[in-house]
Write a protein that binds this ligand. Structure first.
Ligand SMILES: Cc1ncc(COP(=O)(O)O)c(C=O)c1O
Length: 279
């Protein structure tokens, strides 16, 4: 970014009110997507001619990303296949919705029976352990209230390497589909994620992003189930990004210093109880 002339400030920063408040409350705050969004919204509000659009969670982002599923549909047709299972990692839901929605439409309209699985980190399990209710999309509460699966906008995820999945809530459309039983979610620990990433790199020659490796791990789990049951399945997953800027994470995994983080039921319950103040 600096190569292209950008000035880069780590979040949380002292240059926004949201950042200052967060750092005053929690001096060692590690930051998260929810924190960075608050700071970006504030910067946009206070800078003339500056606009900010959320990168995930809101429906227009998922809509744009459906180009992934539309292309995948064509590629599957070229291969003479149709997926029994579609899998993507889950931060706010845009790459998941992007690959899943075009196929889900055939479940709704044409009676297809494809299964959809969102893979989230065990340390930030909003779909598997969060609640469905109105919440903010950012930590400081600047966004409109959104009906979503959430762990609470003040939830501070562990400092896992899949930074793009360290987000407390799920997009509005995906949340509703989850509530309606149109899809399911699994949560994956960090070490299983990197084990899957390493296997994928060895097999494909592509270093996956730690975020995407959650989808790979979920895919491996599904494939292993097929080995056990003898059932043949076509599994499609989305490789949402490469991991070439995540070498430190791989270094830590390979040197054995990476660990798993689980959220306790008490942590989840405490954050969710604070949500009552929101509405
Ligand atoms: C490589 C990668 N994959 C996935 C995500 C998760 O975002 P979303 O759930 O909106 O697709 C991110 C977010 O930053 C990312 O960087």
């Amino acid at each position: 970014m600096q190569t292209f002339g950008a000035q880069v400030t780590p979040s949380p920063s002292m240059s926004t009110r949201a950042g200052k408040d967060i750092l005053t409350r929690t001096p060692n705050h590690q930051g998260s997507l929810g924190t960075a969004i608050s700071e970006a919204v504030e910067l946009a509000m206070t800078t003339p001619n500056c606009k900010y659009t959320l990168g995930s969670v809101l429906s227009h982002v998922t809509l744009h990303q459906t180009v992934i599923g539309l292309e995948a549909e064509k590629q599957m047709a070229m291969a003479g296949e149709y997926p029994d299972t579609v899998i993507a990692c889950f931060g706010g839901g845009s790459n998941f919705g992007g690959i899943a929605f075009p196929f889900m439409r055939h479940n709704i309209k044409d009676g297809k029976k494809t299964e959809f699985i969102a893979a989230e980190p065990a340390s930030c399990p909003k779909l598997t352990r969060g609640v469905f209710q109105y919440d903010f999309g950012d930590e400081a509460g600047y966004t409109p209230l959104l009906p979503m699966f959430t762990l609470g906008h003040n939830f501070m995820p562990a400092n896992i390497h899949a930074g793009g999945l360290r987000y407390h809530g799920a997009g509005v459309i995906v949340s509703q589909l989850m509530k309606d039983g149109m899809m399911k979610a699994v949560d994956i620990p960090q070490l299983e994620t990197f084990e899957a990433a390493t296997l994928f790199a060895q097999a494909e020659g592509i270093i996956p992003a730690p975020e995407s490796a959650h989808a790979i791990a979920a895919t491996i789990r599904e494939a292993k189930k097929c080995i056990e049951t003898g059932e043949e399945k076509v599994i499609l997953f989305n490789l949402s990004g490469h991991g070439l800027i995540d070498m430190t994470a791989y270094d830590q995994y390979l040197s054995g210093s990476l660990q798993n983080y689980e959220v306790t039921d008490e942590d989840v319950a405490k954050n969710i109880s604070e949500l009552e103040k929101v509405i």
